[in-house]
Design a protein around this ligand. Structure first.
Ligand code: AMP
Length: 273
């Protein structure tokens, strides 16, 4: 496994790779969610590149960029165990220049849900993903459904800019008790972690109502909000999978989304219906 810090090293080692390449972009603090992406990339490609980069461009001024968990040694061990070919760990000076074109997420999606709560976030995400795709030229790139809006925007960018890569969406990996795994879960105290379970419970309650025949989006949003009682809820939403507002659930075309703060920690989760 090659560990590379600079673009020059990356390009040099990439030349030695033979066959298809799978790219797994991450911000590190690797967990079972990331692992599922890396394993799938190994399964489907001749070589795998994992990038570990806490991308400053996607953090707002009052967000947790400095506090974001960084676990270089543990991450490298995990990558080694997964037989990753290249781990790319650049610093920001490798990735960003003072003068460069602006990449903007489409306005209709950039300022709703995550974009409303985190203005500029998706511009930063698309900027780094486009750069990572251009640098690694992968056959396939792997992204989690956990960040559903991000996944949709990346798929949209790839499609509309005709980027020669296949985006592979990966299911959300959860703890046994239902909590969606996230690098930010380590911020939670024991008590907060118990409270955070309400988020996956809210999704479950809404999906059970759907199974019993409920189709009204507002009723389902209400079911989720009520389950989340006691948490600082940012949104509970029922949308089509292309992020249009929906009044009625259509099975196979719908996504339930939640964002809530538990103490100081902001958590997101969703369920594809
Ligand atoms: P991050 O390091 O948080 O930027 O995540 C890197 C990639 O892993 C993104 O595509 C995420 O959507 C994905 N990911 C994060 N958590 C999970 C999870 N619990 N299950 C599946 N994918 C995940």
């Amino acid at each position: 496994m090659k560990i590379v810090y600079t673009i020059n090293e990356l390009l040099a080692f990439k030349k030695e790779l033979i066959g298809t390449i799978g790219l797994v972009p991450t911000m590190g603090a690797l967990h079972n969610g990331h692992l599922s992406l890396i394993r799938k990339a190994k399964e489907q490609n001749d070589a795998v590149i994992v990038s570990i980069f806490v991308n400053p461009a996607q953090f707002g001024p009052n967000e947790d960029f400095n506090a974001y968990p960084r676990k270089k040694e543990a991450d490298l061990k995990i990558c080694k165990l997964c037989d990753v070919d290249i781990v790319f760990m650049p610093d920001a000076s490798q990735i960003y220049n003072e003068i460069e074109p602006t990449i903007q997420a489409p306005a209709s999606l950039a300022y709703i849900l995550e974009g409303q709560m985190r203005p500029g976030h998706f511009d930063g995400v698309l900027r780094v993903v486009l750069k990572l795709l251009n640098l690694t030229m992968p056959t396939k790139a792997y992204f989690g459904k956990k960040d559903a809006q991000q996944l949709f925007l990346i798929e949209n960018m790839v499609k509309t800019l005709f980027l020669p890569v296949e985006i592979v969406p990966m299911n959300i990996i959860r703890e046994d008790d239902g909590l969606a795994i996230s690098s930010r879960n380590i911020y939670l105290s024991h008590e907060e972690r118990n409270k955070a379970l309400l988020i996956s419970l809210a999704l479950k309650n809404a999906s059970q109502a759907i199974m019993k025949g409920e189709r009204d989006a507002r009723v389902l949003e209400d079911i989720m909000s009520k389950t989340l009682c006691g948490l600082d809820v940012e949104y509970t939403k029922v949308l089509s999978r292309d992020f249009y507002s929906k009044d009625v659930v259509i099975i196979g075309e719908t996504i339930l989304l939640i964002a809530a703060r538990v103490g100081k920690t902001r958590l997101i989760d969703n369920l594809w219906i």
